[in-house]
Design a protein around this ligand. Structure first.
Ligand SMILES: *Cc1c(COP(=O)(O)O)cnc(C)c1O
Length: 508
C-alpha cells in the first residue's frame, strides 16, 4: 500500500463513509489535477465526473484562478472581518450583487411545457426584491444557517408572539450543521439527530418519475416530458400554507433548491413549478430562501427553449445590462429573499460561502447599539481574502464568452450522449438540468421497480465506472454526472461509455 494511503487508513475519518468498508481497500490518493482530469499517486488518471462533489466549475489548476490566488498570497492570506474590511471581499460582495441583478435580467425562461400545456393560473410577474447585502461564511451549511437565522429573527421582529416556522421539500438536503439539518428531510441522514433538531414542515417535492399523482405509464424519456397530472404538487404547497394560516401558524419562509433538488436524488422540477410556488409563498407573506449551493454559477445551464424532441434552443442574451444567467431561480423569473451560494463560489478552490439578502431584511437589524438588534453570528474565516480572490476570478471566467460557449456545448453534448442510455433496461429515468445529470437505476424500466438500498446498485455502478477511469458518487440508486465546464466531447463520451458498461454489469 502507498505510504500516503497508509497514513489515511491510520488517521483520517472520512465524511458520509462506512469506515469499515473504507479500511478494506486501498484508497485512491489524489496528487494533482488538470482540467477535468485527476491524477493519483500511482500516476493513474481519472475523469472528475462529479466536479469533486459539485464544487469545481472551470477545471482543476485553472491558470486564471491560480494566478489570482497567487497575486492575493503576495499581499495577505487572511485578516478578520470582525471590525475590519478587506480588498477582495468588498469587491466580491459588489460583484455578487451585480451578478444576481444581471442574471435576473437575462433569465426569462421560455417554459419547456408540452405543446398547449400551461401551469395552473398564468403566472403574474413575481415581486423581485433586490439582493444587495452579502453575509459571508465558509460552506453551504453555514450559508444556510445564516439564511435560517436571519429569516427567523426577521419574522420574530415583525410578529414577536409567534415562533417562526419553516417549510421545505420532501427529501430536502440543506447541509449538516444542526440548523441546516432541521430544514432537511432525508431520514437516513437526519433521523439519528432528531433529538437535537427543531421541527420544520415538509411538503411533497415535484418528483415526476415517482409521483403518486402521475398517471402516465413509463416511457423512454424524462418523466417530466410525459407526465399526466393536474399539478397536485403545487396544490399541496398551497394547502400547506392555507392550513398553517388558519391555525395562526403562518410560515416565516419556504426553503427550496430551485429547478433541481440535489442530494434528494437529482429531482428536477417541471417548468413553471418554482414560479407558481413563489407566488404562493409571497401571497401568504412568507419569504423565499433559495438554496443555490449546488445550482448556482451556471450549473443549470442557460435559459433555453426546449422543443418536444428535447433539443435545446439557446436564447440570445437579452437587455443591455443582462449578463449570463448564473442562478437557477432566474430561469423562472424568480428573485428570492435569500440566496445562498457556496460549492462553486470559488470555482471549487477554497471553502467559502455567501448568503445574499435584501435591504428590508438588513434594515430589520438596525438600531441603537443598546437595542442589541445586531446579527450575532460570524465565523473566524468570514470574508477570507484567498477565497474572495478565487471567487472574483471565477466570476470573471463565468462572464466570458468562451466559458458561455463551453457551457452551452457541454450541455448539448451531454444531451446527445445520454440518449444511448435509454437502451438499458436498468435505466428508469434520465434527468438533465443544464450541466447536472441524474440517472435513476431500476430493476426494470417497465415497472419502475427500484433496487433495495442494500443491493448497492448505485455504488456498484460507480465502482464499475471507477475501474474504467471515471470518478463519481451515487445518491442511492441515482448516478450523478456533473462534469467541470471545461470537459471536452471525447471526455463526455468516455464518461458515458463507462456508465453504459457499468450498468450492463448490474445484470449479472
Ligand atoms: C452541498 C450542499 C449543501 C451543504 O454544503 P456544504 O458546503 O457541504 O456544507 C447545502 N445545500 C445544498 C443544495 C448542497 O448541495
Amino acid at each position: 500500500m502507498h505510504p500516503l494511503a497508509k497514513l489515511d487508513h491510520a488517521y483520517v475519518w472520512h465524511p458520509f463513509t462506512q469506515m469499515r468498508d473504507w479500511l478494506q481497500r486501498e484508497p485512491i490518493v489524489i496528487l494533482e489535477g488538470e482540467g477535468a482530469v485527476l491524477r493519483d499517486v500511482e500516476g493513474q488518471e481519472y475523469l472528475d465526473a462529479n466536479s469533486s462533489i459539485w464544487t469545481n466549475l472551470h477545471g482543476h489548476c485553472h491558470l486564471t484562478i491560480n494566478a489570482a490566488v497567487q497575486r492575493q498570497l503576495r499581499k495577505i492570506a487572511h485578516s478578520s472581518a470582525l471590525g475590519l474590511a478587506n480588498e477582495p471581499a468588498s469587491m466580491l460582495a459588489s460583484k455578487l450583487v451585480e451578478a444576481t441583478q444581471a442574471s435576473a435580467a437575462g433569465g426569462r425562461r421560455i417554459a419547456d411545457l408540452r405543446s398547449g400545456e400551461r401551469p395552473p393560473a398564468p403566472p403574474a410577474p413575481p415581486a423581485t426584491p433586490h439582493l444587495n447585502k452579502v453575509f459571508f461564511s465558509d460552506d453551504g451549511s453555514t450559508a444556510m444557517e445564516v439564511a435560517l437565522k436571519l429569516a427567523y429573527e426577521f419574522a420574530r421582529r415583525r410578529a414577536p408572539h409567534r415562533r417562526p416556522r419553516f417549510l421545505s421539500l420532501d427529501g430536502a438536503y440543506h447541509g449538516d450543521t444542526v440548523g441546516a439539518v432541521s430544514l432537511g428531510h432525508i431520514d437516513l441522514f437526519h433521523k439519528a439527530y432528531a433529538g437535537l433538531l427543531f421541527k420544520s414542515d415538509i411538503v411533497m417535492s415535484p418528483y415526476c418519475y415517482r409521483c403518486p399523482f402521475n398517471r402516465a405509464k413509463p416511457e423512454r424519456a424524462d418523466a417530466r416530458d410525459y407526465r399526466q397530472c393536474h399539478w397536485q404538487c403545487v396544490g399541496k404547497v398551497e394547502q400547506r400554507f392555507a392550513t398553517a394560516g388558519k391555525r395562526d401558524q403562518a410560515y416565516a419562509a419556504m426553503v427550496v433548491e430551485p429547478l433541481i433538488q440535489g442530494a434528494a436524488g437529482m429531482i428536477p422540477q417541471p417548468a413553471g413549478w418554482l414560479r407558481r410556488v413563489t407566488e404562493i409563498v409571497r401571497g401568504h407573506g412568507a419569504q423565499l430562501i433559495a438554496d443555490e449551493v449546488m445550482t448556482g454559477f451556471g450549473r443549470v445551464g442557460q435559459p433555453s427553449c426546449l422543443t418536444r424532441s428535447g433539443a435545446a434552443l439557446a436564447l440570445p442574451l437579452s437587455g443591455q445590462d443582462a449578463g449570463p444567467t448564473l442562478f437557477a431561480c432566474h430561469h423562472e423569473g424568480v428573485q428570492p429573499d435569500f440566496l445562498t451560494v457556496a460549492k462553486g463560489l470559488t470555482g471549487g478552490y477554497l471553502p467559502m460561502a455567501a448568503t445574499l439578502t435584501t435591504q428590508r431584511v438588513f434594515d430589520a437589524f438596525l438600531g441603537q447599539y443598546g437595542e442589541f438588534k445586531t446579527f450575532f453570528h460570524g465565523h473566524s474565516y468570514t470574508a477570507n481574502q484567498l477565497g474572495s480572490a478565487a471567487a472574483l476570478a471565477s466570476l470573471e471566467i463565468l462572464r466570458s464568452k468562451a466559458s458561455l460557449r463551453d457551457r452551452r456545448a457541454l450541455e448539448e453534448t451531454l444531451r446527445d450522449e445520454l440518449k444511448s442510455l435509454w437502451a438499458l433496461p436498468n435505466v428508469g429515468d434520465i434527468r438533465q438540468v443544464g450541466l447536472i445529470v441524474g440517472v435513476e437505476l431500476v430493476r426494470d424500466w417497465r415497472t419502475r421497480a427500484s433496487f433495495d438500498l442494500w443491493e448497492r446498485a448505485g455504488l456498484r455502478v460507480c465502482e464499475g465506472m471507477a475501474r474504467r477511469g471515471v470518478l463519481t458518487r451515487p445518491i442511492g440508486n441515482v448516478v450523478v454526472l456533473m462534469p467541470p465546464y471545461c470537459t471536452t466531447k471525447p471526455q463526455v463520451r468516455l464518461m458515458l461509455a463507462a456508465l453504459h458498461e457499468a450498468c450492463k454489469e448490474l445484470r449479472c
